[in-house]
Design a protein. Structure first.
Ligand code: NAD
Length: 341
């Protein structure tokens, strides 16, 4: 346990067990140098406790890096609730989770993540104020999409010499909450859309409403385009897929797009510019963090403009140092978090 914490530089790991409801939850506070730890709560079935803890540690670390580069006075954390089989007391489980969070006195603020809904956060909110993305707080996805759109402009400027998206071919993998909102903005800016989704209904909607061209799921990554925007699941960039890409840049919303750090170097070697995922997709985090602090929409929208500025800064360093933007982003985040060069 301590070896895992030390390897990821985790500050604290809290385990909660509530016999009355069956709640078994892990809350990881990765780094609180910049402020209280903020990060979503997963509610999933895990094969064992070790994999649940490892998942929470990895995700909490990612949140610290994301918050640091988003310019937020916020640390990184994450929670995992081990989903018991055959749950029929979901509300009580999340209420117990709310009490667990409250016992930490504001060191950790929770939000929705895989397997959790705003309705679950409403249950949490009955017992603690350290919760975001409740029904009343609103969906962060449109803000994530706004940030990715701005990031695509910055990426086009850096790689293609212009941020004018008119006629630019953007291939979007995944037309969910973020991907579809992004497609709408790209369409409005005159981009040509190539799209895929596991759900044919989403593709049909993009074809009808945005004039998008459908591409088979298995062909999307290797379809010729200017910018590839992964907006589905993570792990899409690996040795095999990078070798087949036919784009100038990769800039999308999906978390953990790189299967391993080496994939970033392979992109760099192929001359494909990569927008580090946690930099370009931090619009949702900015929204929930500032909303939680009581900020109004204009302030939140103003903060979103930092995303393309930060990306442009990262691209500048990457070009000067002949390194992948992913490695530059990690180094910048670590300098903010740990004060190291
Ligand atoms: P979502 O579940 O609403 O949408 C994902 C979509 O991708 C679904 O329609 C799904 O069918 C599709 N998809 C999954 N795998 C696919 C594949 N291999 N090929 C084609 N389509 C595929 O999720 P979302 O909220 O839109 O988030 C999308 C990604 O962005 C996720 O990786 C998420 O972690 C990340 N992200 C989301 C937010 C946010 O605010 N929602 C913030 C930061 C990062």
């Amino acid at each position: 346990m301590f070896a895992l914490m030390e390897a990821a530089r985790v500050e604290a790991l809290h385990c909660f067990n509530d016999s009355a409801t069956g709640l078994r939850a892990v809350i990881v506070i990765h780094n609180s140098r910049l402020g209280p730890a903020l990060g979503g709560c997963r509610y999933l079935s895990y094969p064992d406790e070790k994999s649940a803890i490892e998942d929470a540690v990895r995700l909490a670390q990612g949140m610290s890096y994301k918050a640091a580069l988003a310019g937020l006075a916020q640390g990184g954390g994450k929670a995992v609730i081990l989903r018991p089989p055959g749950v029929d007391n979901r509300a009580e489980l999340f209420e117990a989770f709310g009490r667990a969070i409250d016992s930490l006195g504001g060191q950790y603020i929770t939000a929705v993540d895989s397997g959790t809904l705003s309705a679950d956060m409403d249950c949490v909110a009955q017992y603690t104020s350290h919760v975001t993305s409740t029904t009343s707080a609103g969906d962060p996805s449109p803000h994530t999409a706004m940030g990715v759109f701005a990031g695509i402009r910055a990426t086009a400027q850096a790689r293609l010499g212009s941020d004018d998206l008119e006629g630019l071919r953007v291939a979007i993998q995944g037309l969910g909450n973020v991907g579809f909102a992004l497609a709408e903005q790209l369409h409005a800016a005159g981009a040509e859309l190539l799209v895929s989704d596991l759900d044919p209904g989403r593709v049909q909607l993009a074809v009808e409403q945005l004039g998008a061209r459908p591409v088979a799921n298995e062909a999307l990554l290797c379809t010729p385009c200017d910018i590839l925007a992964p907006c589905g699941l993570g792990g899409v960039l690996n040795s095999a897929s990078v070798a087949k890409l036919r784009c100038s840049a990769v800039a999308g919303a999906a978390n953990n797009q790189l299967l391993n750090p080496g994939a970033a170097d392979e992109l760099e070697a192929r001359g494909i510019l990569y927008a580090p995922d946690y930099v370009i997709n931090c619009g949702g985090l900015i929204y929930v963090a500032l909303k939680h602090r009581g900020e109004e929409l204009p302030a939140i929208t103003a903060h979103l403009t930092q995303i393309d500025r930060r990306l442009t800064e990262i691209y500048g360093h990457a070009q000067a140092d002949k390194r992948s933007p992913a490695r530059v982003a990690d180094a910048l985040a670590e300098r903010i978090l740990y004060g190291v060069k």
